[in-house]
Design a protein around this ligand. Structure first.
Ligand code: ZN
Length: 327
């Protein structure tokens, strides 16, 4: 399919190496680094080759979320956004758009930066890499806490989505992975971590307070479409869920978008279509950690209707991100 819009595509900035996670575990670090820093070479060539018209770029994890000093995190997020806007998007506005980095260590400043990034830099939303570190690298905060409500309020007002990207659980909370480092990172731990964070947002009432907020989940919904029915059934008995205005699965359908990043599996896509509908699914690769050829080869030929392929590959993203592109 030509004209695809891809939503979880990462870039790097050399001076942000201190915030790099173990994203490339098992992959060639040198190649990943080269591809993160490259924009106009191999990246654009591959986009052309595989029918990707526009890539919405985001700073590779863990970015601003890993800076425990709130003031510095705010400054560095701003620096990353200026780089993306000036050095990449402004030079190739037809091929690249931006998701902003925001430092949730300071929820008010994060909201201000989101607004600046959208209104002044033309960004299409924000990407956050899981919890934000506070104080040190083994302390974190999840965004269902009331202190983050001003940020979500700003997200709703600005009217752009927030992509909740994975990161590993806090170092002190990785006992279950001990002796099995293969299960940390993208294979398993990220999915559990991110799905749990998304459920915290639902149970924490974020979408009841701010029903216009849209959160994007990658990797075919971080396992939630498969699990949501059981979650809904089992949380219903707990007092904390009695105040929720909708059944848990409705929040997944109404307040989330789900991308195909790194999960190029027809069975998983069909399950996601059945749970949330094809209007809320978006194409993504997760470049450079995944190959554009693998993602596109699968997506372009997977057995769904051409109308659904068009929605997932292009028009849903154009609508959600308010892109000025033809259908
Ligand atoms: Zn990613």
């Amino acid at each position: 399919m030509k004209g695809k819009i891809a939503l979880e595509e990462h870039f790097g900035i050399p001076s942000f190496g201190e915030y790099a996670s173990d994203l490339a575990a098992g992959l060639d670090q040198t190649i990943m680094r080269e591809r993160l820093l490259d924009v106009t070479g191999r990246r654009l060539r591959e986009m052309d080759e595989h029918g990707i018209e526009l890539a919405v770029l985001s700073l590779t994890a863990q970015g601003a979320q890993a800076e425990p000093d709130a003031k510095r995190a705010v400054e560095r997020a701003r620096e990353a956004n200026d780089f993306l806007a000036q050095e990449i998007v402004a030079k190739h506005p037809e091929r690249f758009a931006g998701f902003a980095s925001v430092a949730l260590q300071d929820p008010i400043a994060a909201g201000d930066e989101l607004k600046r990034a959208v209104t002044q830099l033309g960004f299409k939303g924000a990407m956050v890499n899981g919890y934000s570190n506070v104080v040190d690298r083994d302390t974190g905060e999840y965004y269902d806490l009331p202190k983050f409500f001003p940020f979500w309020e700003r997200v709703e007002t600005v009217g752009v989505p927030v992509y909740l990207h994975p990161r590993d659980p806090l170092p002190s909370q990785q006992l279950i992975y001990e002796g099995h480092p293969a299960l940390l990172g993208p294979a398993w731990a990220w999915g559990v971590e991110t799905a749990t964070h998304a459920l915290r947002l639902i149970l924490g009432g974020v979408f009841d307070r701010f029903p216009g907020v849209n959160v994007i989940l990658g990797h075919m919904g971080e396992m939630l479409p498969f699990a949501i029915s059981r979650v809904e059934q089992r949380v219903a008995a707990f007092p904390e869920t009695s105040k929720l205005r909708r059944p848990v699965s409705r929040y997944l359908q109404d307040n989330f978008y789900i991308t195909t990043s790194g999960n190029f599996r027809t069975q998983a896509l069909l399950n996601t279509m059945l749970e949330v509908g094809c209007d809320r699914i978006l194409f993504a690769v997760d470049y450079p950690y995944e190959e554009m050829g693998t993602a596109s080869g699968w997506f372009d030929s997977c057995p769904i209707s051409e109308a659904d392929r068009r929605k997932i590959g292009r028009t849903n993203a154009a609508r959600l991100l308010k892109l000025d592109v033809p259908d």
